[in-house]
Every structure is written in C-alpha cells, then in structure tokens.
Design a binder for this molecule. Structure first.
Ligand code: ATP
Ligand code: MG
Length: 436
C-alpha cells in the first residue's frame, strides 16, 4: 500500500479531548475519529487492527468448538419484556420506534435473542452442548463514555452463549472458555488476570473478569504477586497453576479470607477485557426453555455467557505496548508488518529500490505500507514510529549506492544494515515466528 494513496490522517499535536494515552495515540495515529460522545468512526489503520483482534478471537473460539453466527443490532422489545430485563436496563438501553410504531432497541447484549433462536430450533438433548457466538456492535448509553474506545457507547463485542443439559456440563464449558480466553489474550500480547467477580443475584454461580493491568483501568483488582512475575516474563506458569492463584475483583476481595500473606498481596487498576459467567437457568426459566432428555422427559436448559470487549482491546493493547514515540504493535495485530521509508521520493534510484523492496516483501506474504510521500525524512520516521508497525525498512541514496537497506525493529529500536535480499529474509522469518 502506497502511503500517498492511503488515508492516514496523523495529528502532530496531542488532542486536548483525550485524557489517556491509548486514546491520544489512537487519535494521533489516525485510527479513529469521534463522531459523537462514545461513538467513533474506525479509520483504515484502526479498522485493520480491529479486524486482527476479531480474527484472533474468532480463531481461538472456533478451535474451542464454538459456532459463530450473526444477530442483528436492532431487536424488537417483546423478548426483553418476557425476560424481565426491559425495565431493568433503564436508560442504558436505546429504544425507538419504526414507521409502524413498533418498538425497537439497539442491542446492549443478546441473551434474549439467542435464547429465542435456541428455543425455536433445538428440542432434544442430542443437540447439546451448544456454544454460539457473534462479534457484533452493541450500544449502551453509558452515563460517562470516556477514554475513547475503552468506554464507548457504540462498541464491538464478542458475545457467546452456551446451552447445556446440566450444571456439570455448563461448568466444563465455563472452564473451556476460561482457557480459550487466556489463549486469545496471550495471542494479543496481553497478560490478563482472571479475577473472581460478583455473579450478581444468582446464588452459586461463577463469574470471572479478565483484567489487563494498567494505571488507566477503571477496575480495582487484588492479586497474588506471582502475576507480576508472569507479566514481566520472569516466571512461566501453566493455566492450571495460574488458576490456583488468588485474584479478585474489588467487590469480591476479602482481606481476612484471601489467605495471602500481606507481602504477597498486590492491588492495581485493571481494564476489563472479558467476562465469563455461569448463568444457570436465569433466562431459560424466564423464557421457558426445555429440551427432552434420553427418556423423553423435559429438562430445563442451563446456560453460560461469555463476553469480550473487541474494540476496547485495541485501546488495552496500546496501553500495554507503547513508548514515548508511539504505539508498538504486537506482530499478531499489527495493521501492516513493514513500513518501507523512501528517504528521497522522486529520485529515480531510490524510487526503484523502494518499489522493488516493497514488491519483494509483498511476494513473501508481508503487508507493506510504503511511504512514497515527499515529506522530510524526520517526519517520515516520526510517523512510522507513531503508527507502530513492527518493522521499518529505510531506503536512502547512500544505502542504494551501497546496495543496502537499513532495517529497524520497532519494539527494541535495533537497527541493521543489510543487503535487500537479506533484509527481506530476516523480516519474513521473524514476522512468521511472531505471528503464529
Ligand atoms: P464494564 O464494567 O466495563 O462496564 P460490563 O460488566 O458492563 O463492563 P459486560 O456486559 O460483561 O461488561 O460486557 C462484556 C465486555 O464488553 C466487557 O468485559 C468489556 O470488555 C466490554 N465492554 C462493556 N462495556 C463497554 C463499553 N462501554 N465500551 C467498550 N467495551 C465495553
Ligand atoms: Mg458496563
């Protein structure tokens, strides 16, 4: 992709309206644009990252046996009256009428609709267990939309719902989703701590929030100091071992009973990127959902529900991975793999070398953003650092004469002068290793 033909409106100055770093960087890097409070356009660069997060989320869920579908953003209100949530959601739910004066709402979550789809299609235990998910826009009229995509009003969510014959099976699926969530966040380059969370009114239920530690997080979490070692990479633990560690959301933390010595207890702010919930029969009771068992007897269905903040994750990844010069994308979600910088656009030799390098990289399956604009070198470097592509390859008159390009790895700043073929080889190999 030629930068001169792309759409990447970078901002030189920090936008005043942005209070936290990820929001500032997303605006400055031309990823998003605010259209109304908590409502954003995703510009081309931002959309590429959003789609990568979506892809990884879907890949891991598919691997775990979940089945993807897509429900509409607009729903009739009757199902919500049936479940009892029509009143409960209050002003957070956006409601309006169509031309025939039928009441509609913009979905803030989809339990009612999925339960309705389930009950009109599934009648026997043979079709269970079933785990259905979608990645779809949601609307919640948040009292205080803020921090850019972190707390939007319109936001992209992965919402999944599972159906079971009994509670044991629902628990087994809950545990499978717990593992799948760790796999997703780890592929996104994040260490998420699964904290025990309030499961609300339903007694005996289970709930975990997945929290990415960051000063700008809106949640307060309490956890075993071992998580800090895992985060810094000084300690490796299996999922099983991590599960045994203490971690609790604010409202669940009991200093007296947590069993951790004071010097092992840590507290920090967290960004909630996911939430899993053993629902039990809350909705299946309210909406009368049964299947028949092997003996033909009617059985009330048990459920689980599982959410991931897909658009929020883009901000969370930036909070976790940046430096003073801008974003540092993990390879797995980077909008492009390589930025090719032509230091003298218009110079025949530099143009030819840059174009050849771009073609060669692309032939290796790499996604290239080629800066062919006539800006000064300094501005090109600053822009590339800001948008955070994993690799930069610099073509200038001196290098062209010597038959070399300068390659920079954004995360460490390490620079190497290499012949074109070697440069391509190294970038291709290391990108492949990192992308999985
Ligand atoms: P929060 O406590 O942050 O409001 P929630 O408990 O209301 O979250 P859920 O209903 O569990 O959220 O939604 C699933 C996921 O969707 C959350 O874990 C979060 O990552 C994301 N999410 C929720 N609200 C928003 C929002 N306003 N903007 C962006 N992402 C959101
Ligand atoms: Mg909320």
């Amino acid at each position: 992709m030629r930068l001169s033909r792309y759409f990447l409106p970078l901002l030189k100055e920090d936008p005043k309206e942005a209070q936290i770093l990820s929001h500032r960087l997303m605006l400055r890097a031309g990823m998003i644009r605010q259209e109304a409070a908590g409502i954003y356009s995703w510009l081309p660069l931002g959309l590429r990252v959003l789609e990568e997060v979506e892809r990884i989320t879907a890949e891991e869920l598919d691997k775990a046996g979940c089945v993807r579908l897509l429900m509409p953003t607009l729903q009739p209100t009757d199902l919500w009256k049936e479940s009892g949530r029509y009143e409960a959601l209050g002003k957070e739910m956006l409601r309006f009428n169509d031309r025939a004066e039928r009441e509609l709402l913009y979905s803030p979550t989809c339990e009612e609709m999925i339960v309705n789809i389930f009950r009109s299609n599934v009648t026997t235990y043979r079709q269970l267990p079933l785990n259905l998910y979608q990645i779809q826009w949601k609307f919640r009229d948040e009292v205080r939309p803020r921090f850019g995509v972190m707390r939007g009003r319109e936001f992209l969510m992965k919402d999944g719902y599972s159906f079971h014959m009994n509670l044991e099976d629902a628990r087994r699926e809950y545990s499978a989703m717990y593992d799948a969530y760790h796999a997703i966040f780890s592929r996104l380059g994040l260490t998420a701590i699964a904290v025990a969370a309030d499961s609300g009114a339903i007694g005996g239920s289970l709930s975990h929030e997945f929290q990415v530690l960051a000063e700008t997080g809106e949640s307060q979490v309490y956890y075993d100091a071992a998580f800090d070692e895992i985060r810094s990479g000084t300690r490796v633990m299996s999922g099983e071992e991590m599960r045994a560690l203490y971690a609790a959301a604010d409202e669940m933390h009991k200093p007296e009973t947590c069993g951790l010595p004071v010097d092992r207890l840590r507290t920090a702010r967290g960004i909630e990127v996911g939430h899993i919930f053993l629902l039990g029969r809350k909705y299946t009771d309210a909406m009368q959902v049964n299947v028949t068992d092997a003996q033909g007897k009617e059985i009330r269905v048990e459920m689980g529900t599982y959410g991931i903040g897909v658009s929020r994750l883009v901000g969370a990844i930036i909070e976790a991975s940046h430096d003073a010069n801008g974003i540092i994308w993990p390879e797995s979600v980077a909008p492009f793999d390589v930025g090719v910088i032509n230091l003298r656009s218009g110079d025949a030799a530099c143009d030819a070398a840059s174009e050849r390098l771009t073609r060669t990289l692309e032939a290796r399956g790499l996604r290239v953003l080629y800066d062919d604009t006539d800006q000064r070198g300094g501005a090109k470097f600053a822009g590339m650092d800001l948008i955070g592509l994993p690799w930069q390859a610099v073509v200038g008159p001196r290098g062209v004469a010597a038959g070399q390009v300068e390659v920079k790895y954004r995360r460490t700043g390490e620079k190497t002068e290499l012949a074109e073929a070697e440069a391509v080889e190294m970038i291709a190999r290391r990108t492949k290793e990192a992308r999985r």
